[in-house]
Ligand binder design. Structure first.
Ligand SMILES: *Cc1c(COP(=O)(O)O)cnc(C)c1O
Length: 835
């Protein structure tokens, strides 16, 4: 396994923990001295902060970090998962778990950072640190691609760059590494010093300074000064005066400096950037000579990131020719996993971009999170540049696969094949991707989740393509991380103990069904709610075990409701009587939810119904009221705040009467998304979050703190030149008075792009520019006026994203974001991304 060899006792010493706080496996405080032997003298390889993501429990050390959830609440969970070593700040846990070792510290996050700093201090090679507003991860990954031939590189996984991410990254440093590349990100003053003390870089790169994360700082100069703290003791600092202009050059960090600029004199002075065939050709002045390179990307951000890498290679002493050769081979950085529908009812997770152990562990976690199929298959290639010998590497992978409960392994590559006997599960091996593809027709794939994970050179995208359904060129991309982050946003707004019911009706507001429910279940919401029983049944069949409330329980579905343990909303005496009449006599205490009408006047019991309701509920033990709730008519709107308050008061009164009549208590809830932040006093025992999960909350200014979850994309099918006298589309309604260029795109009203968007009402984004529709929207396509915009057929077209938002579209046709989202038809393929 790893070369690192820290025992729990050594870690206690590094953390300067009073050793009396180290408990051996008997749980008795033994006053162990540092040379005494301890229950499990095994070495600690993994630092864990999330009890769910345990790879090798025995060699893991759990840090109970108080973040948005207090890590101490997960100690029992972690113990259950086999972890025996803990760093905690609350002594109450000591002695509670028979075999656990506890290190009691005043500050758990501080202890994690201290341990990471120690591990870093053992490393005496070059260490590059990258910070800046944008591009950190891409520059880090590109430098890795550019330098991997010459160094055994350890780098931050994904975009681990926070107060927690940095120490976890530094812990990855092992003896055999010869270069470190780490990113650092801050959002507030004073955070950088902590990161700088841990990372202690020898080389620094500042990517740029933009608007991102400006909230935590009083001025751009302050933000810059804070970021530069990272580089105080570097021997080499790589930057652009275009961004550091406000600081005098003599005050910049670094014993030696290397600058680049597109606007002024610099060590690498960019003369011009010229786009050619999807790439960018760049010329620059360097040491009084003109040099050139080709960045194999077309967008502006990639050009800047490419220039930063170019500057870095030159600053490190690579020749201009060598730098050009390497830059030309850069490949896209895609840290996202994609979940798509596959052949034969399979789900396919595509991760054919990166392949190292930490990204494999992340992908396996995502695989494990999928409950829609019982069977899980991993298609894996040989891994390269891991810094480990094959025996250790594949032993570690075998143990990872065992822990993550994979059912079948398809191994591709000579190295993996050579260690076939390490894998004690159903496994087949192929020498190459071609071999596998050749055999594919004979391999059985059905009703399973397949993770496709391979080193780039294996070209696994070919496998993903074969295993996934053809994607119609209009796709709705769902960012699962954004969804999780929106959930977190609302959770931080809740009073302690308030539960969360996630509204996943109408295919999770058009975003998907089990894909979203799996994620919500993983992030431990308390309840799900759907509109109809069949939605709930689909979730149960996909392995969702959370309680599910059904808001419109039709009598024909009662049988299924019972069979799949769904919980009906009871909103009238009729439905109550029907449900009670249906329930077999053997059933008692069946969970139901009582809907109270406090002013919406849609569904629910009102005052006069209460005596009958109580009489029915009281007479038999058939039903148990799990919750009582009501729905607010205008929680987002200030104008109606008095009415909202009135509704809330009604709710308190009616639910109180219900409780008194029943003689027992239940969960109370009335808040939807906007009420959570606008009427926090009305959170009661639970809130129901709907549209906020998908990134919209008209009660929050500019949606601050929320992330865009859904992006709808289509493509250009054809481009045409139109004369002034010609017309476009059905009814000849489209005209361009001066003539112009028309793009036909593959989305129409059958996809959910309403006819109301026609004739210039709607806009889409083509290559970064907003363009209007022309003529009527047809069933499967529509036309855009792209006059003056550079575009070709096959180009991507954005229907909505974080810039052109669903709220913008809603405003164009005078509707609400809810309708835009839920209108997107099921024939538009959903593709899920996860980092
Ligand atoms: C849809 C729905 C919600 C969620 O409302 P949002 O505004 O999307 O948060 C809450 N409660 C009920 C009863 C609903 O039908």
């Amino acid at each position: 396994m790893s070369e690192r060899n820290y025992t729990i006792l050594q870690i206690a010493e590094i953390l300067h923990v009073d050793l009396r706080n180290v408990h051996d496996h008997t749980g008795v405080n033994n006053n162990i001295s540092s040379n005494a032997s301890i229950g499990h003298p095994i070495s600690i390889n993994n630092l864990v902060i999330d009890s769910r993501n345990v790879i090798d429990a025995e060699s893991s050390l759990f840090f109970a970090i108080p973040a948005e959830r207090n890590g101490h609440d997960f100690i029992a969970d972690a113990y259950e998962n086999g972890i025996r070593n803990f760093v905690i700040s609350d002594p109450a846990f000591i002695g509670q778990f028979a075999e656990a070792n506890f290190l009691l510290v005043p500050d758990v996050l501080g202890a994690l950072q201290q341990l990471a700093a120690y591990n870093r201090s053992l490393f005496n090679k070059e260490l590059i640190a990258i910070t800046g507003s944008n591009g950190k991860t891409v520059v880090k990954e590109w430098l890795y691609q550019l330098l991997a031939a010459d160094f055994n590189i350890v780098r931050s996984p994904k975009s681990f760059n926070s107060q927690i991410g940095v120490p976890l990254s530094l812990w990855e440093i092992e003896e055999e590494h010869t270069l470190g590349i780490f990113e650092a990100g801050i959002s507030r003053m004073e955070e950088m010093q902590t990161l700088a003390d841990m990372i202690r870089p020898t080389i620094g790169i500042l990517t740029n300074i933009g608007e991102a994360h400006a909230e935590g700082f009083s001025s751009p100069a302050e933000k810059l000064a804070e970021k530069l703290k990272l580089f105080k003791d570097t021997r080499l600092f790589i930057y652009s005066p275009d961004y550091t202009g406000v600081i005098a050059t003599k005050n910049l960090p670094g014993r030696q400096q290397f600058s680049w600029s597109t606007k002024q004199k610099a060590d690498l002075q960019i003369l011009f950037v010229e786009p050619i065939e999807g790439k960018n050709y760049i010329r620059a002045l360097y040491k009084q000579e003109e040099i050139e390179c080709l960045i194999p990307f077309s967008d502006r951000a990639s050009v800047e990131n490419g220039i930063i890498c170019w500057a870095t290679l030159l600053a490190l002493g690579y020749s201009a020719e060598e730098a050009d050769l390497r830059l030309e081979k850069l490949t896209a950085v895609n840290m996202r996993l994609t979940l798509k529908n596959g052949i034969n009812q399979c789900s396919v997770i595509d991760d054919s971009y990166s392949a190292d152990i930490s990204s494999l562990a992340i992908a396996l976690d995502f695989l494990k999170l999928q409950n829609q199929h019982e069977r899980r298959t991993l298609i894996l290639s040989d891994l390269y540049e891991t810094g480990k010998n094959d025996q250790d590497l594949y032993t570690e992978i075998a143990s990872l696969i065992r822990q993550k409960k994979v059912n079948r392994l398809i191994g591709i590559g000579p190295h993996l094949s050579a260690f076939a006997e390490l894998f004690d599960l159903e496994a087949v091996f192929y020498q190459s991707t071609e071999d596998f593809i050749h055999q594919l027709p004979a391999i059985h794939f059905a009703n399973e989740t397949i993770l496709v994970k391979g080193a780039r050179r294996f070209g696994f995208e070919r496998i993903s393509k074969l295993l996934t359904q053809k994607i119609h060129d209009t796709v709705l991309e769902i960012d699962l991380n954004a969804l999780a982050s929106n959930l977190k946003f609302y959770k931080t707004k809740l009073k302690p103990g308030v539960k969360v019911m996630a509204m996943v009706k109408a295919f999770s507001y058009g975003s998907g069904s089990f894909e979203i429910a799996n994620l919500l279940q993983y992030h431990k919401v308390d309840y799900l709610a759907v509109a109809f029983a069949d939605e709930g049944i689909a979730l149960r069949k996909a392995g969702i075990t959370l309680p599910i409330m059904v808001m419109s329980p039709e009598p024909y579905a009662f049988e299924a409701i019972l069979k799949y343990q769904l919980e009906p909303e009871i909103y009238s005496l009729d439905i109550l009587k029907e449900f009670m009449a249906f329930l077999p006599p053997s059933v008692t205490n069946y969970p139901v939810h009582i809907k109270i009408d406090t002013g919406m006047h849609r569904l629910g019991f009102e005052d006069p119904d209460l005596p009958d309701l109580l009489a029915l509920l009281g007479t038999s033990g058939q039903l148990k009221v799990i919750s009582a709730f009501s729905h607010l008519a205008a929680s987002e709107d200030e104008v109606h705040d008095d009415f909202t308050k009135y509704q809330i008061e009604r709710f308190v009164s009616l639910s109180g009467q219900l409780k008194d009549g029943l003689g027992y208590d239940f969960i109370r809830h009335i808040s939807n998304t906007s009420a959570i932040t606008r009427h926090p006093y009305a959170q009661f025992d639970m809130v129901r979050i709907g549209i906020g999960l998908y990134g919209f909350d008209s009660g929050i200014k500019a949606g601050r703190g929320l992330h865009t979850v859904a992006v709808l994309k289509t493509t250009i099918t054809q481009i045409k030149k139109i004369g002034p006298l010609e017309t476009v589309g059905y009814g000849r309604r489209g005209v361009l008075p001066g003539g112009g260029t028309i793009a036909t795109v593959k989305i129409g009203y059958a996809d959910g792009y309403r006819r109301a968007f026609g004739n210039g009402v709607g806009q889409m984004m083509v290559n970064g520019q907003l363009v209007p529709t022309v003529g009527s929207i047809a069933m499967d396509m529509c036309m855009l006026d792209i006059t003056g915009v550079e575009a070709k057929s096959g180009d991507e077209v954005i229907v909505f994203n974080h810039q052109l938002t669903i709220a913008d579209l809603a405003a164009q046709i005078d509707t609400i974001p809810y309708e835009i989202l839920t209108n997107i038809s099921q024939r538009v393929k959903r593709v899920y991304f996860y980092e």
